[in-house]
Design a protein around this ligand. Structure first.
Ligand code: ATP
Ligand code: MG
Length: 274
């Protein structure tokens, strides 16, 4: 016999054709958000203000923002976090990861579908992740998909139908390329997501991840990094320059060797783009 519980279970199993794709959004923030500095809170607060603007203001039914910064600085995770926090009834992530093997026209259709679905909801947020990869941009040539570019140009600027409001959060690691492609003027606002460049921020990440058994051990490791030539200052000769994504990987690698954690960490950080 089918009872009410079965019915409710079945409902849970049905993936909505459109609407909230919660899992997608959660997946890209799998490691959470570490508050390693005021910049993180500033970015999240700015995002919240744009969400409020879309929610409240009748004059701005469309708001688009661009999160840009070096590879691995946390753009996708921050975009998804801002989107999720909105609690808008329609939230969707447009990601090149979900379009592997798509032809140009399939990509165009998939992108257009997300936007036309969003127009059915009174309040929507669409994350357009990694613009350069969506565009199949390659610096050699340079080459990119013109049809995807034309589609994005139109959709990023199109006002939703009357009574509908939409927030678009795009991400990119290649900010200058967007200017060349004529895409950057489209955004209402830009937020830069910087890499981790100070030892104090690094230290906070290490504390959060509990890489060391005590604060003393952690401070010793930070001292070792200072010795190795890393500056504690944000300005000047600071050589520290690591995206949070990469740092998380480095920390997990260092953890594998309990006797030489600090050494492993220093070696890995020194090996980065100096
Ligand atoms: P790419 O340039 O490759 O697209 P990205 O800049 O989009 O990389 P993410 O994919 O967002 O970077 O990776 C950031 C990772 O770091 C995520 O796993 C996220 O959970 C984690 N993370 C921890 N703290 C933060 C933070 N303060 N901001 C952003 N991401 C964070
Ligand atoms: Mg990303």
């Amino acid at each position: 016999r089918v009872n009410r519980t079965d019915f409710l279970n079945a409902l849970d199993e049905v993936q909505p054709a459109f609407g909230v794709s919660k899992e997608e959004m959660e997946q890209v923030v799998e490691n959470g958000i570490i508050h390693y500095g005021s910049i993180v809170d500033d970015l999240l607060r700015s995002g919240e203000l744009f969400v409020d603007q879309v929610r409240m203001s009748t004059r701005t039914p469309l708001v688009s923002i661009l999160l840009h910064g070096p590879p691995g600085s946390g753009k996708t995770a921050l975009a998804a976090t801002i989107a999720q926090a909105s609690q808008f009834p329609f939230m969707k992530l447009v990601s090149p990861d979900s379009m592997v093997g798509f032809s140009e026209s399939q990509k165009v259709a998939a992108i257009a579908k997300v936007f036309s679905d969003s127009y059915k909801s009174p309040l929507s947020v669409v994350v357009v992740d990694n613009l350069e990869r969506l565009l199949d941009f390659t610096p050699i040539g340079p080459r990119f998909s013109n049809s995807v570019l034309q589609t994005l140009m139109v959709l990023l600027a199109r006002r939703p139908p009357k009574g509908r409001r939409l927030l678009i959060i795009a991400t990119s690691s290649l900010r200058p390329v967007l200017t060349d492609l004529g895409l950057s003027e489209i955004f209402d606002s830009e937020l830069r997501v910087p890499p981790i460049a100070s030892l104090s921020a690094l230290s906070l990440v290490l504390r959060e991840l509990e890489l060391f058994s005590s604060d003393k051990e952690r401070q010793k490791a930070v001292a070792m990094l200072t010795q190795a030539g890393f500056s504690g200052e944000d300005e000047g000769v600071s050589k520290l320059n690591v995206g949070i994504k990469k740092l998380l990987t480095i920390v997990e690698m260092a953890r594998q060797e309990p006797e030489a954690v600090a050494e492993r960490l220093t070696a890995a950080l020194m090996g980065l783009g100096m």
